[in-house]
Design a protein around this ligand. Structure first.
Ligand code: TYM
Length: 362
């Protein structure tokens, strides 16, 4: 029986952090034996924020090395760079003909990124809190009225179409991503259904998030607020050395401690405990939850325990990254193999999509 197709990607916007690792990369590694896995570096998506060209290339290379160092085996999984698959931009153009500007403008990630580009992001706003709904009209006016030196580029608006194409072109049904990507997956399903029903075909399957049966992960920042993210400036990176990592954890925001037995756990402490849970240490997590409940918890101990678990997880990965980066030949071979594999299926899907849409050769 053929294996189910899996696809996921990470934007090349900087080093990978624990959000990327626990939300995505760790699952990629675990899925390799049981699924037809396709993992990529979303360098075209990274262009939506107009990165420096030299930096973009360095980032792509670094993330390839991080994927490999974390345990992606290029013999088992197709590991490729998005821009090495030119079928993706072509299908992106075709699919855009079935995507509404309105639905793209209402996407939370677009709202947040557009406001950032215009310098009008609300204090404390994140992708999750940039709600769709009541402020749509004002938002639209801001975009249309934006001066040209602060424009919101069209690539940012059509970001979800490109992401949908990444998935649909491989006909993937399982997409291991963190919670922050779920709205994009919902749009992908909607675009797939719309294409199928418009042309009366059963062509694109509908993809779903996958986390081994558990809910999607949201890795919190250590600043007591929302998620860990590059633009939030609150990341622990896989390449952080133990000293830096310990320092970041020890500086995590806490509070004055529980005042009475069995009170609900406060948000900053819940964040630390949920990180500990992600380290697969349920007994340690429970120990600190019990200590919180009877008011004997010492936050210093919690932070130290968490830092040590994180050091244990990241050290072997960090150690391998530099060796892999030095081996240009290996990197090149790995992504060439991945691109060949990804292109084989992508060109077949594109060919059929063109046919379905009536673009035929004489
Ligand atoms: P990106 O590059 O922002 O993040 C890559 C992956 O890391 C996950 N992630 C998190 N998970 C939990 N908690 C966090 N704090 C956290 N921060 C990041 C993300 O959920 C994601 O799984 N649009 C995507 C890239 C993409 C893609 C695709 C993904 C492009 N095409 C097709 C899947 C399929 C993005 O920007 O991810």
């Amino acid at each position: 029986m053929s294996k189910e197709i899996v696809l996921s990607g990470i934007r090349s916007t900087g080093n990978l952090h624990l959000g990327n690792y626990f939300g995505a990369l760790r699952n990629f590694v675990r899925m390799q034996d049981d699924y037809d896995c396709n993992f990529f570096i979303a360098d075209l998506h990274a262009l939506t924020t107009n990165p420096d060209p030299k930096q973009l290339h360095a980032n792509v290379k670094h993330i390839v090395a991080e994927y490999l160092a974390a345990g992606i085996d290029p013999e088992k999984s197709a590991l490729f760079i998005q821009s090495d698959v030119p079928e993706i931009p072509e299908l992106y153009l075709l699919l855009n003909m079935h995507v509404g500007i309105g639905e793209l403008m209402r996407t939370a990630s677009f709202k947040h990124k557009a406001r950032q580009a215009l310098g009008i992001a609300k204090p404390g706003e994140s992708e999750e809190t940039a709600t769709t709904g009541e402020d749509d009209e004002a938002f639209e006016k801001q975009i249309i009225g934006a001066e040209t030196n602060k424009r919101v580029n069209a690539g940012l608006l059509t970001y979800p179409t490109l992401m949908a194409v990444d998935i649909l072109i491989q006909k993937a049904t399982k997409v291991p991503v963190g919670k922050d990507q779920e709205q994009h997956l919902e749009l992908t399903r909607r675009f797939a259904r719309r294409f199928n029903s418009f042309y009366g075909v059963d062509f694109f399957p509908e993809p779903y998030n996958f986390n081994f049966g558990a809910a999607a992960v949201k890795v919190p920042g250590l600043d007591g607020s929302g998620k860990m993210g590059k633009s939030e400036g609150n990341c622990i990176y896989l390449v952080d050395d133990p000293k830096t990592l310990r320092k970041k954890v020890m500086r995590a925001v806490t509070d004055e401690g529980p005042k009475e037995p069995n009170q609900p756990v406060s948000q900053p402490i819940e964040n630390l405990l949920s990180l500990l849970a992600l380290c697969n240490k349920p007994e340690l997590e429970q120990q600190f939850r019990d200590a919180y409940a009877d008011c004997s918890i010492r936050y210093g101990d919690l932070k130290k325990a968490l830092a040590e678990e994180l050091v244990t997880i990241t050290t072997p990965i960090r150690d391998r990254i530099n060796d892999i980066l030095a081996d240009e030949d290996y990197l090149r071979r790995a992504v060439k193999m991945g691109a060949d594999k990804a292109r084989a299926r992508a060109s077949e899907t594109l060919k059929q999509a063109r046919e379905i849409m009536g673009i035929r050769r004489f």
